[in-house]
Design a protein around this ligand. Structure first.
Ligand code: NAI
Length: 338
């Protein structure tokens, strides 16, 4: 059985997902596309032989579209995911799930009304071999109890002229907030957040606070320090070290050839997320399609999206108030318990 997919948002990652679905995923074909930018949609539609829809809601309701992939701009995710859920169709949503934690809750309400999980959220780091290995190391008990996590998320440059201080947290760090839960287990929720700002980096625009440093605490007492730096200039660099009472383990860097030259030994640091995590996106798409076929969604959920949105809000509040902010996630609905 091949799954016919409709894609809303044919920009950077939308095109990447279309390529992966058509050429690197078993039993999937993109049959429909929509983008507010009609020119882009037309080019992508023609390239992949997909029908171009002017109206995203008509695409969602089209009888020959089995599942929806949402890769449009962040503020549109809630509208399209809600429409897909109401149409009873499986939906893959790129992160973030919604602009606010309240928006995430609304999506959860809609999904719970259907009685079954339909939404798969694009937290692709869960599909990265390095993070998976790190999780196995923790689960095996080899590290002892995790005590501290040191995490870094550095981008060469901001994501565009419109990049804001908040977006470093709501757009980038949500990946960290999610993958840390994936690593240490979801039964140990975050309980507080603090965001502090060192002096501004030389290359950061005047209206951008960069870097930012976050301290999170979990219920069991694990402390996490987390850096976002979107003007690091040297590459796209994601690091994670878990310090336990028996041993510590770090996320491996992707394997590259080692070059000895000019008195140094080194390897390349890739410039972007596309180059850093290419395999994870392919695994993610295959898992999504496999979930659609089995009828059981196993991927990151709307609850996972809610948690990251709530943590992001607490971090931003901490930056504004200069206080440590308690994180009250509330009870995870039974519907989302794994
Ligand atoms: P982009 O700007 O390259 O593409 C977004 C596309 O959505 C554009 O072509 C735009 O015209 C279209 N769009 C905007 N509003 C629309 C609407 N109302 N209806 C239909 N189309 C609309 O942005 P990019 O980088 O592809 O990001 C898209 C989404 O994917 C964002 O939410 C972003 O946060 C997420 N993302 C996730 C990544 C991950 O690692 N999981 C990496 C990069 C982006």
């Amino acid at each position: 059985m091949s799954i016919n997919i409709g894609v809303i948002g044919t920009g950077g990652i939308g095109q990447g997902h279309i390529e992966r679905l058509n050429n690197q995923t078993a039993d999937a074909k993109v049959v429909a596309v929509n983008d507010i930018n009609k020119e882009t949609a037309a080019i992508v539609g023609e390239k992949y032989g997909a029908k171009v829809y002017d109206n995203p809601h008509v695409l969602i309701d089209a009888p020959d579209v089995d599942a929806i992939l949402v890769a449009s701009w962040d503020p549109t995710h809630e509208e399209f995911c809600t429409a897909a859920i109401r149409a009873g169709k499986p939906v893959f949503c790129e992160k973030p799930l919604a602009d606010t934690s309240e928006g995430c809750k609304r999506i959860m309400q809609e999904e719970m009304k259907t009685g079954k999980r339909l939404l798969f959220l694009g937290f692709m780091r869960r599909y990265d071999a390095g993070y998976r290995e790190l999780r196995y190391a923790i689960e095996s008990g080899r590290l002892g109890n995790p005590l501290i996590l040191h995490c870094k998320h550095r981008n060469m440059h901001p994501s565009g002229a419109a990049h804001t201080t908040d977006m470093s947290v709501t757009g980038s760090l949500v990946h960290e907030f999610d993958v840390i839960r994936y690593l240490i287990g979801e039964d140990d929720p975050y309980i507080s957040a603090q965001l502090v700002c060192p002096r501004r980096a030389k290359y950061a625009d005047e209206d951008l606070i960069d870097p930012q440093l976050i301290y999170l605490e979990t219920k069991s007492g694990i402390r996490i320090n987390l850096e976002t730096f979107v003007n690091c200039h040297y590459g796209y660099d994601v690091q994670c070290e878990v310090v336990g009472d028996e041993a510590s383990a770090s996320l491996p860097d992707p394997s590259h050839i080692q070059v000895r030259e000019a008195g140094t030994i080194g390897f390349e640091i890739k410039p972007s997320w596309q180059d850093r995590f290419p395999e994870a996106y392919v695994v993610e798409m295959n898992e999504w399609v496999s979930d659609i076929k089995s009828g059981i969604v196993t991927g990151p959920s709307a609850w996972d999206g809610y948690v990251t949105a709530k943590v992001a809000e607490c971090c931003i509040e901490s930056r504004e108030t200069k206080q440590i902010v308690p994180i009250d996630l509330g009870e995870c609905p039974a519907f989302y318990k794994k």
